[in-house]
Design a protein around this ligand. Sequence first.
Ligand code: ZN
Length: 308
Amino acid sequence: MLVLNILVLMQSEVAIAWGNEGHTAVNRVAAEKMPTTMPRFLRRAVVEIAYLGPEPDRWRSPSEFALKNSQEPDHFIDLERVSWLDPLPLGRYEFYRKLYEKRASTTDHSDDYLPEHVGLQPYITMEVYGRLKAAFREYRQRVASHQPTQAVQQAIIFYAGWLGHYVADGSQPLHTTIQYNGWVGANPNGYTTEHRIHAQFETAYVAANITAKDFAGLVGSPERLEDPFSGYVAYLRQSNGLVENVYALEKAGAFTGKGSPVAFDFTTHRLAAGSQMLLNLWYTAWLESAAPVPEHPTSVSAPVPVKK
Ligand SMILES: [Zn+2]
């Protein structure tokens, strides 16, 4: 038991949005809501997709240092630090460049603008989305030309499940803010400044009080996103708008033990928002994958990186 407690304490030091249970549930609910217009093999992969919900949280061990180091900024974005950058650039390297320019022109706390301190959450999300869409396109081509599809099916299931992790992180307001684990700066409402609220809300409270069936009914049919990147950033901004609600609930003791009905309502709606956005992204990737690729792809906005 002591060992278990120590493990729990160690885990709670890093931001593992929604914990194991929440991530599994967000992926499961989205997978169960997939419409019949999407491929049957994917609709039947509920168990695999649910398993993959927490996958990137399995990449945080110091025993795989390079992996841990490279991927930890993927789980969050401190939107307050990039309030001057609207709209966000489409690609991660243009984002890096803007941040380094800002850092160079800032004297106070300039390291706050390092990409790894700001967080890369919308970029990894769109990158995995792109992998999924490309795999869907490959699948369509193979079906059309009567080639075997088993290998590409496995790739699609992995990308769909992996994508779910970041989308679920984005529905957790504390993954979009500098207030990620204890209030910083001016604090007129007396919110907690202790470094406990993050894990208390997303892991302990959720694990003890909420299951997939508590929010499945809040998730509807998927909608095609006209512009997945801007739609996703809007979703992150909406989540960021709820940061204070999390602190106010904590202050009222709403996440302690069995919690309060208001906490239950708030949290189930956040988890449902994650499943809904994930479902929308899967659906949009599937529909977009039917379009032929341009013969001579042109760069959208960022310069083409030099090949080495
Ligand atoms: Zn995460």
